[in-house]
Design a protein around this ligand. Structure first.
Ligand SMILES: N[C@@H](CCC(=O)N[C@@H](CS)C(=O)NCC(=O)O)C(=O)O
Length: 212
């Protein structure tokens, strides 16, 4: 079998979630650069792999796939290595619930609303959307509480072992944690704070750190 190929850029939280799954499973892969935020955008040929022009896209032995949730589940199921999804219907539902929370709430609010508006744009000398930043800062505690409530005693978001929930949420929290406002917010949830310390130390997180 040939090595799987992931198309995307290391700065993308969705590309990183897919890479984390590959690293945690111990799967060798090739990362083919596609920069969707380049001035010229993604190359026209990329739209044949991902018609919406988003990253990542994935290919394994001729099987093409896009949408990160489908990619990470495929990686978990198609390759040997530690299982990243629980077997019991309820535990699996919790993991899927957290992945959905990541897509629906964490990504727009903590990544775009807080990191991009509050950290990245000022660093690049671009004006921030102050209204969006303020709205996101007031929404963030609801998101963090939901995660903390769902994870319970952990130590991982999905319970006793590392799952895809951790791998989808961690790249987003890594950006959010760069905002000064994130620290007091995380301090309010001892379980989530301990989870983040544990997660950011993982070899897979270090190996997939965006080059910056
Ligand atoms: N639903 C897609 C979302 C992927 C996504 O939004 N990727 C971002 C980078 S983190 C992107 O490609 N953005 C380009 C754009 O918004 O034009 C998935 O799950 O793969």
């Amino acid at each position: 079998m040939r090595k799987p190929i992931l198309y995307g850029a290391d700065y993308s939280v969705y590309v990183r979630a897919s890479r984390l799954a590959l690293h945690e499973k111990g799967v060798e892969y090739d990362l083919v650069p596609v920069d969707v935020f380049a001035e010229v955008g993604a190359p026209p040929s990329y739209f044949a792999r991902q018609p919406f022009g988003r990253i990542p896209a994935f290919e394994h032995d001729g099987f093409q796939l896009y949408e990160t949730g489908a990619i990470t589940r495929y990686i978990d199921e198609a390759f040997d290595g530690p299982k990243l999804q629980p077997v019991s219907p309820r535990a699996r539902a919790r993991v899927n619930q957290m992945i959905s929370i990541a897509d629906g709430y964490i990504y727009p609010t903590l990544v775009w609303g807080i990191y991009v508006e509050g950290v990245s744009k000022p660093q690049r000398g671009e004006p921030s959307d102050e209204k969006r930043l303020a709205a996101s800062l007031s929404r963030a505690p609801i998101i963090l509480k939901a995660l903390a409530d769902l994870m319970g005693d952990g130590p991982w978001l999905g319970g006793a072992s590392l799952t895809l929930a951790d791998l989808h949420v961690a790249p987003m929290i890594d950006y959010f944690a760069q905002a000064p406002e994130s620290l007091p917010m995380l301090d309010r949830h001892a379980n989530l704070k301990a989870w983040w310390s544990r997660t950011e130390e993982r070899a897979s997180m270090r190996q997939t750190q965006p080059a910056g």
